[in-house]
Design a binder for this molecule. Structure first.
Ligand code: CP
Length: 301
């Protein structure tokens, strides 16, 4: 059976920490990465727009000696109703791995279950696990240990990015606080699962209380792809949860400001906070490349 990476729970705690360490090592010395994808073709399927995921995977596969095939989901028969199972069966006969950005996490699981080659989640409606890997690489670069660290995710607690931080929190010992309104809480199933696996996580509706003493303040765009119809109501509900100078003023002096991008400055984050000395946002984007190369090492070794 191939190894897939659909959520952080597809790897062990030890693998998670080795992956973070290896990503930092190959960032410093890219030669250490070698060519684990030599003579391998990797399909990169995008059913939604992407800048970071698409480019970092395409470049990363090439740097590891492989051949990336970027496929627009709209141009595949998947878009005309071919099943995830049949798509996986066929692609498994041509390529050595599938990275997919899609909508339904259930369909992603069906694709992976039928695939004979590793499947990597490049974002689904429920999770964005490659983003969480890069996030913890970025935190690790700036902090000696995750243990005792307080990370506050501000905004839409039901987002795939928040869910993936909760899942990754299982391995880190970090305290992850979700500062969100009652209308946008994390999925109860995911929250309870992460908690049952040992994640130190909680939900807080009072922003100041949430951000007090925080080591990391993290946010994501409020209106995701496909949510334009609820834009106004979502912005109104999330407005008190903006990552701004006020939130920064109660965090630790050396806190990190994080955002997975793309950003809508003036909505979920102020321009001043985005550009502040505490911001590691573009390191975070760069680390997508290193974290995903480390992930390929794990899946293809
Ligand atoms: N953070 C992220 O996934 O960016 P893209 O949507 O540009 O891939």
């Amino acid at each position: 059976m191939p190894r897939h990476f659909l959520t952080a729970s597809d790897i062990t705690r030890e693998e998670f920490h080795s992956l973070i360490d290896f990503a930092i090592a190959i960032k410093r010395n890219p030669l250490l990465a070698g060519s684990p994808l030599e003579n391998r073709n990797i399909a990169l399927i995008f059913e939604k727009p992407s800048t970071r995921t698409r480019v970092s995977f395409e470049v990363g596969v090439r740097q590891l000696g492989g051949n990336p095939l970027v496929l627009n989901g709209n141009e595949l028969q998947l878009a005309r109703g071919e099943t995830p199972e049949d798509t996986a069966q066929v692609l498994s006969r041509y390529v050595d791995g599938i990275v997919i950005r899609t909508y339904s996490h259930e369909n992603l699981k069906r694709l992976a279950a039928a695939s004979l080659v590793p499947v990597i989640n490049g974002l689904s409606d429920s999770y964005h696990p490659c983003q969480a890997l890069a996030d913890f690489v970025t935190i690790r670069e700036n902090r000696k240990t995750f243990s005792g660290l307080k990370l506050v995710f501000m905004g839409d607690g039901s987002s795939n990015v928040c869910h993936s931080l909760l899942m990754a929190a299982v391995y880190t010992g970090a305290q992850v606080t979700v500062a969100c309104p009652k209308e946008y809480m994390p999925s109860e199933e995911i929250f309870r699962f992460a908690q049952s696996q040992g994640a130190r996580i909680n939900i807080e509706h009072d922003v100041k209380r949430a951000c007090a003493g925080a080591d990391v303040l993290y946010t994501d765009v409020w209106v995701s792809m496909g949510q334009e119809n609820i834009k106004e109501q979502k912005i109104a509900a999330l407005k008190p949860y903006q990552l701004n100078e006020e939130a920064q003023s109660v965090a630790r002096k050396d806190h990190l400001v994080m955002h997975c991008l793309p950003a809508h400055k003036g909505e979920e984050i102020t321009e001043g906070t985005f550009d502040s000395m505490n911001s590691v946002i573009f390191d975070q984007a760069e680390n997508r490349l290193h974290a995903q190369k480390a992930l390929f090492h794990l899946l293809y070794r």
